[in-house]
Write a protein that binds this ligand. Sequence first.
Ligand code: KG4
Ligand code: ZN
Length: 325
Amino acid sequence: MSTLILGIETSCDETAAAVVEADGVVQSSVVSSQADLHARYGGVVPEIASRRHLELVAPVVRAALEDAGVALDDVDRVGVTQGPGLVGALLVGLSAAKAIAWARGLPLVPVDHLRGHVATLYLAPDPLDPPFTCLLASGGHTLLLSVREREGYEVLGSTLDDAAGEAFDKGARLLGLGYPGGAEIDRLARDGDPEAYSFPVARVAGLDLSFSGLKTALLHAVRGLTETDLAARRADLAASYQRAIVRALAGRLRAAVERTGHETVAVVGGVAANSELRAALPDARFAPLELCTDNAAMIASAARFARAVEPPGYLALDAYPSAPL
Ligand code: KG4
Ligand code: ZN
């Protein structure tokens, strides 16, 4: 039987576990979202997230093993998200992974969450080979990357303020939509006119991005409307706002491709699920829809290409909250 990797992800508000083979075949991927729990606060509440991860991590790992039809004894290594993310949330997954690995004498692979998103592209049935230019757009990060090897990447540009997913979430909140807002705006935008409003796409030097001005422009547009007018214009506002974000992302990705010269282009992260972005970049390789938002199959995938730590070395590992510079 091929080498089996158990992946665990708890960096934000998804508790996830997956079983992936060394050749990238996903045997199971279980994601338990806490979105409903955080919706009433309009965003993730770190303390609540940590507590929920604590309740969910064991049953989610059990479900992933069960779905794969394997037992813990069949697992050869454990991959877990070490950062970036909410430290309390990360520590739950990291501690669970340490306990599982330690109990079985298995090696543990600490995985960077952002490398995890990119490693979605290396999964079967159609793994992508570097080199490629990659846009990573999630709720916490927006990066343009030159990927030359599976073990890492070079950062070419990033957002100077809000991440693209964060811009979607904040925009949704201004429009009175639910959390998380990206999928809600995506849905509503289908009924709206993307040219109804002209929202500014910030011009930033190099390959960096900025979304805070866009959010302010939406705030001003919404402020001038009565409740009834807002209801009537909500779809147009959503469509125009989405158009501005997609334009900014697609434009920067094109500029990044000019810089790298890599022919292949890929998009990963929660925002890669956006239907307009997918349509705007017909030649780009997108992560499969179900693996765009946080999951553990991507963490197990990245664990195939990262350094494994033998027991007891990993017991001292700590979580890190932000991306290393
Ligand atoms: O990658 P992810 O699950 O978590 C982070 O690592 O941050 O990304 C979550 C983000 C949220 O901001 C969510 O609003 C956004 O991805 N998102 C979308 C869509 N689906 C999720 N944004 C735009 N369109 C979507 N369809
Ligand atoms: Zn993520």
